[in-house]
Design a protein. Sequence first.
Length: 465
Amino acid sequence: MVHASILRILIDLIKADAVIDSTEMNNFSRMQAKYHISNVHQKKAAKLTLAEAIYNLKSNAFLQKERETLLEELKEMTLVDGFCVKKEALILTAMHYCLSKETLDSAEVISINVPDISIAEDQVVYVESESNPSIHKEILSNFRQLNTEFKCSGLNFFYLPKVAEHYRETEPHLLKKVCRFLAPGYNDTELDNMISYIKMVNTKKFCLNQLFGKLGMSAIYNTKPGLLIHIGTSFVDNKLYNNFLKVSLQNIKNPCEQILSFLDTYTKYLSYDIVVIPKTDETDGHFLYGGFYKFIYDLYLYRKAESTTVLIDTVRQSIFFPQIGRDFELNVSRRERALYALILMESINGGVKFTSTDNYREDEKQRKELSHKFKVLYLMLGGRPDKIPDMTDDSIRRPSICHINKFFENSSQIMNNHSDYRIKKKKDGTLFISLDKELVTACSPEKHDAINLFDSSVYGKYIDS
């Protein structure tokens, strides 16, 4: 796939400045001849995303010396007309990070087919899947300098803690008034949730729930601290894809130096001296609704297939998926909800096995333990003590699992990665749910606020039973 991958990159680079001249076409023909690109490769390239193309070039099938040669040829081809616009510079920066030996392992391109909503091409966002206090300390200490450097390069740097700070300092009446204007269909509870979200949004949750959950950026789910930059779009198999460069900050002791190094790389490709400096300011009485600020709101209101937490609510005695809707619940029977909660809790230790063993005594002991744990959950979820089913019985358990999984299958249009919420079975018969434990929450009569399940009294009662 190397030939088709090179072609995909050439196409995106040539189209970037919206001008295709004879010199570019001559260079394109020369590159086609050098890399033996045929009509077959052209058909394959039409179905390749930019992310797939670069991934192929980073594989062992393409030697490092060949990568660096290709990078120099791409630079030469782009700069041959003596002019390099922002879109071209962004793609060249991506090629530099993904093909250079020094940065090969710290960068990747992400391509997603979500044309409805995206980060603008002049915006650079700090991302992480786990909070890193030392990096945050450094960025906050040097934020003014970083912000100025980005603006002088014609880019905007968005750091979520600063965005949230702006909205916390916005006059409450104005904030609510504007949010009601932006989401006229929201009731008071939904509006309060929206305001609470934008005032308290943090990088980790934004990456997990929004970039991963709603836009499907799987590379963000378990990412090192780094920068995310929109570098352009591609038409792949008649579908529009947004392309992003993700650059990891390898040295957490000096993140600002690496961020400035990224800017140096980007600006060295820009071949003009005049840069339009963004003048978006965070001021009092000024509600920002443009660029990344608009992206945050649009993404929050974007209702397509969400990744959501699971809330075991023993106050309302049910299981809910709150990011989809406060009252969107696991719409199955009470005993099936209790079974789902049991498997969810046991999945932290690898899952639960109901199948028989060769040891009768061990088998009986296990059945009694599971029956008792199920009873605790069944009662917490509102079940009657005289109506507790025997979930160790295959004839009861198996149809219940099918019914639960059918619910998630039917919810696939509004629940992103719905398969992660389904009950799965290993070869040895162990049942499990492959959700990150941070997505599982609970609330109880003792504490109405949702907290992580494994820190809750609900889980405490379960393991003590």
